[in-house]
Design a protein around this ligand. Structure first.
Ligand SMILES: *[C@@H]1O[C@H](CO)[C@@H](O)[C@H](O)[C@H]1NC(C)=O
Ligand SMILES: *[C@@H]1O[C@H](CO)[C@@H](O)[C@H](O)[C@H]1NC(C)=O
Length: 259
């Protein structure tokens, strides 16, 4: 068989064409694999079957984003219950030691008699919450109506004075001038603004262990001055303490009967 130059040239052209096509195929495949499959970004993810839990643009919800519910917990606190209520997004559990879900950890074992120390602990922490405008201190056997809280926030947003909303009483304490004659809010619920948080005196001194709510009232008087504070009487129709009874519903919110 003779090898003619024209046939050899044609064969070489075919081989070159095949090699070029092969190279283009390899380069294209590599490029596609390396570029993170751009055509896929046009595919919409399947729509979620779950509706959003809350509409974050609703004016009430935007207002509530400025709220922190300070919630001292102990081993008898039913966190499951509170996490399943409207509180859950705003809850700042105050714990002795670090545990899942705790927002404020005091690093000190507390008892019923040392709750005043826990009050100093969360008051110091609250001063760091510059992005909040309102605070609620709630007992773990209390519940408060959401619309009522929203209405209070609407009424006192931007208020120039420290605002302290609760059921206030006066108490004498002859051994402690810093607490004597103090006007303070019942611990089941008190709500206040950041202006009050800024001025509360977290270095208040007194002798013995005292009721944590009267101590908070004393921190307010010492740091903010009673005449400067707007004391607002709460509406107990919207605050349920120890039990809730309405129509055919009855909920016992307390754990230890005598507290
Ligand atoms: C519950 O009790 C345990 C053991 O005594 C303790 O370590 C823990 O800090 C307690 N939790 C709270 C929330 O007080
Ligand atoms: C408790 O300890 C933790 C870890 O050291 C710390 O982040 C936290 O700020 C402490 N809490 C207080 C109230 O000092």
């Amino acid at each position: 068989m003779t090898c003619r130059p024209a046939a050899l040239a044609a064969w070489l052209v075919r081989v070159r064409t095949v090699l070029v096509l092969l190279a283009v195929a390899i380069i294209t495949t590599t490029a596609i694999l390396l570029t993170d499959q751009p055509w896929r970004t046009h595919v919409r993810p399947p729509a979620s079957t779950k509706p959003p839990l809350r509409d974050r643009w609703h004016p009430d919800n935007r207002l509530l984003d400025k709220l922190a519910i300070i919630f001292p917990v102990n081993n008898n606190t039913d966190m499951q219950f509170y996490r399943n209520t409207w509180f859950s997004d705003y809850l700042y559990p105050v714990c002795d030691w670090a545990e899942p879900g705790c927002k404020i950890v005091c690093n000190e074992t507390s008892t019923y008699r040392t709750l005043d120390k826990k009050t100093f602990c969360f008051s110091r922490e609250m001063k760091k919450y510059h992005d909040k405008e309102f605070f609620i201190k709630l007992d773990d056997d209390s519940f408060v109506d959401r619309d009522y809280v929203v209405s209070l926030m609407k009424a006192y947003t931007g208020w120039k004075r420290p605002v302290y909303i609760s059921d206030h009483t006066r108490r004498g304490d002859r051994t402690n001038p810093s607490i004597d004659g103090i006007l303070y809010g019942n611990g089941k619920f008190y709500m206040f603004n950041y202006r009050l948080v800024k001025c509360v005196d977290v270095d208040l001194k007194y002798k013995g262990s005292r009721n944590e709510d009267s101590v908070f009232g004393a921190m307010v008087r010492s740091g903010c001055g009673e005449p400067n504070v707007l004391y607002v009487q709460e509406d107990d129709d919207y605050i349920w303490h120890k039990s809730y009874k309405n129509k055919n519903k009855y909920i016992d919110l307390s754990y230890i009967k005598n507290h």
